[in-house]
Design a protein. Structure first.
Length: 315
């Protein structure tokens, strides 16, 4: 009986050693199966001390505990799948991108009330991520929330447009000194590519590609400064112009003068003519602001709703 008891304890020790070789299993076993291990030892000690113990009964109990322990260890080998704690964030990002696409295609326009439940149905998701996305857009200036009334697109504002172009002028011109100071061959090639892409864009009144090529030229110029915070602010400004207002059509003569000004800016930067680049860039943005505001005031006088005019900003 003593030999039997020692043999069983040796078997237990082998299983115990295998299971405890994994640090994760070891931690779990300490917490969950200490009582099982204790009962097994108690049975073994009883078997060793009491020669009158029913050997078959002890064997059955020991085997039962061994099997129970082994099954639980096997079940522990499969790690449980963790729930995705970022699920809501992923859905909110999806909602945010979906609403931005709607802004781009003018499915949402300045002043419009936003029915977020309808948005949820259109984007095939629950209202919660839609509301989270609207909060992000509110922070960016596209949306406003009115207590007990819901969400609305921010209204069309001439003052906002004027301020946007004034901020662009201050920001872009201020980056020129360091942009020219750090200019290298790679930077020149990057700016040249953006300039040629804008110049080669097809001249059509409603061609959005031209707007993006224009934006990319200005961003390429600003990126030469390597000022990340300034770049992030500038991108947000262009976002507001392109997504909220959608752009405003300007006559061909204005588009042509814009091309000439871009060419002059490019030549000044490449030749490291800081004063010339600052003067032309400042005048270029101021000219665009004046033309945009004049065009929009005329539309308002004619009682044409800007959000339904299907026209583009020239930036």
């Amino acid at each position: 009986m003593k030999m039997f008891g020692a043999g069983v304890i040796e078997v237990w020790g082998s299983i115990h050693t295998i299971a405890y070789s994994d640090p994760i299993l070891r931690a779990k076993l300490h917490l969950k199966y200490s009582s099982l291990y204790g009962e097994f030892l108690e049975l073994s000690v009883t078997a060793l001390k009491n020669p009158l113990t029913n050997t078959i009964h002890v064997i059955n109990n020991l085997i039962k505990y061994l099997i129970a322990f082994f099954i639980k260890v096997v079940k522990m080998e499969k790690p449980k799948k963790k729930k995705n704690s970022n699920g809501l964030l992923d859905h909110s990002q999806k909602a945010y991108k979906g609403i931005r696409r709607m802004l781009y295609h003018k499915e949402l326009v300045p002043g419009q009330k936003i029915a977020y439940r309808e948005l949820a149905e259109q984007l095939n998701m629950s209202p919660t991520p839609i509301i989270q996305a609207l909060k992000w857009l509110e922070f960016q200036g596209f949306v406003r929330h009115e207590p007990n009334r819901g969400y609305y697109m921010e209204p069309f504002s001439l003052q906002e447009i004027e301020e946007i172009y004034e901020l662009r002028e201050l920001l872009e011109v201020s980056l020129l000194p360091i942009a020219i100071e750090q200019l290298n061959e790679e930077g020149i090639e990057h700016l040249k590519t953006a300039h040629e892409a804008h110049f080669s864009a097809v001249r059509e009144f409603y061609l959005k590609e031209r707007l993006f090529k224009n934006m990319e030229f200005h961003l390429a110029l600003a990126s030469l400064s390597n000022k990340r915070t300034h770049m992030r602010i500038l991108r947000n400004i262009f976002d507001l112009l392109l997504l909220k207002y959608g752009g405003n059509y300007l006559p061909i003569t204005s588009l042509q003068s814009g091309d000439q000004e871009h060419q002059a800016i490019f030549e000044c930067v490449v030749s490291r003519n800081l004063k010339g680049a600052q003067r032309i860039l400042s005048q270029h943005i101021a000219n665009v602001k004046m033309q945009v505001l004049e065009s929009l005031r005329q539309m308002l006088e004619e009682e044409i709703e800007p959000e339904y005019s299907n026209v583009l900003f020239k930036t």
